[in-house]
Write a protein that binds this ligand. Structure first.
Ligand SMILES: Cc1cc2nc3c(=O)[nH]c(=O)nc-3n(C[C@H](O)[C@H](O)[C@H](O)COP(=O)(O)OP(=O)(O)OC[C@H]3O[C@@H](n4cnc5c(N)ncnc54)[C@H](O)[C@@H]3O)c2cc1C
Length: 324
């Protein structure tokens, strides 16, 4: 085993996802002295993405460019990653707990006959050992886990471990590796994105989420406007999705997305336990609800009791004044 820690980054539409930088910070927390090797996979040139990984703390980057890596498949990514693992014999792997990370890492762990600690939100050191903290029971409790053997394999939840400061003066080797990605049993013909073009929900710093209290698809318009002035994304409760006010791609909660933005504004959402499971770790929670007894106020840092259709336009107006 070498002293290398692999960090598998993610590129979407030629942009590196923030969680890739957070994974580098996590790798650095796991081992201050390890050589952090970033891995990027795509069908297009990854040189500048690789250089960005280095600016965020990777020591070197291996890129694999192949037409069969245009869209994610566990087989394609798995072939590339297993070949790199075979060559480098790293002491561990860190990846984002994203839809790709969630799908790929258990398969790789199984192929390597090793353990995997997923959805890590914080890392503690106990002497030489890293202790990984992850939520359980839909976020109602946290457990601390460690590896019994020396190999570390974790996925980290986006927006929980702060990326290192970007340092453009850092330098490191970005090398392209040839891997023949072949015999794929699954070929993705087309990807139809359901979510809007705006800020990605799982990585947004600000989320304005609407519930059944928003009452209609039209009722979401002021929420989009508020999200826009705050540079954030719109999410929803399952109540709102079930009522067809918005797409299920926006659903936050136990059976939706898990988010941890800096600011979560819950609008017309009652605060059912299944909704809280997806957002209760947000840094600051603001609730707008006309029912002062609503459960959402029990976890809100700031509560506004009132009609959302009166409160939201006032908020937009005030925020616009501050931004001018
Ligand atoms: C297995 C399972 C999984 C589930 N997974 C999820 C999940 O992932 N995510 C999720 O969200 N839910 C999930 N649910 C559903 C969950 O239990 C709730 O039913 C749902 O979250 C309720 O959505 P809501 O808060 O929008 O609606 P409601 O509970 O109907 O609340 C609407 C709120 O809007 C307020 N309101 C109404 N009008 C106004 C107004 N004009 N101004 C201000 N406030 C107003 C009301 O006071 C009320 O508090 C799941 C349920 C089950 C059983």
């Amino acid at each position: 085993m070498s002293d290398k820690l692999l960090v598998v980054g993610e590129v979407r539409d030629n942009d590196i996802r923030n969680v890739s930088f957070e994974a580098i910070a996590a790798a650095r927390q796991i081992d201050q002295d390890a050589e952090i090797v970033g891995v990027l996979l795509s069908d297009s040139d990854l040189t500048s993405a690789g250089e960005e990984l280095i600016a965020y703390g990777a020591d070197s980057v291996i890129t694999v460019t192949h037409e069969n890596l245009k869209t994610y498949t566990s087989e394609g990514y798995g072939q590339a990653l297993l070949e790199i693992i075979d060559e480098l014999s790293p002491k561990g792997i860190v990846m984002g707990h994203t839809s790709i990370g969630k799908d790929l890492t258990p398969k790789i762990a199984s192929r390597l006959s090793t353990g995997l600690i997923s959805d890590v939100v914080a890392i503690e050191q106990d002497g030489e050992n890293s202790i990984f903290i992850r939520p359980i029971y839909s976020g109602k409790a946290f457990e601390k886990k460690a590896f019994e053997d020396d190999f570390i394999f974790v996925t980290i939840r986006p927006n929980n471990i702060a990326a290192l400061e970007k340092d453009d003066s850092r330098s490191g080797d970005v090398s392209a590796k040839d891997v023949d990605i072949k015999d794929l049993r699954t070929i993705v013909k087309d990807v139809v994105r359901k979510a809007s073009d705006g800020v990605d929900l799982s990585e947004a710093n600000v989320i304005v989420a609407g519930g059944r209290g928003v009452k209609s698809a039209d009722g979401f318009k002021p929420l989009y406007e508020l999200a826009e002035v705050l540079g954030g994304a719109v999410g929803a409760s399952r109540g709102a999705c079930d009522a067809d006010y918005c797409d299920y791609a926006l659903q936050i909660g136990q059976t939706g997305k898990v988010v941890t933005p800096d600011l979560y504004i819950a609008v017309g959402i009652s605060g059912a336990i299944q909704h809280l499971a997806g957002m209760s770790n947000s840094k600051v929670i603001v609730a707008i609800n006309k029912d002062a007894e609503s459960n959402i106020f029990n976890i809100a840092d700031y509560g506004i009791v009132g009609d959302l259709f009166e409160v939201i336009p006032l908020l937009i107006e005030e925020i616009k004044k501050v931004k001018v």
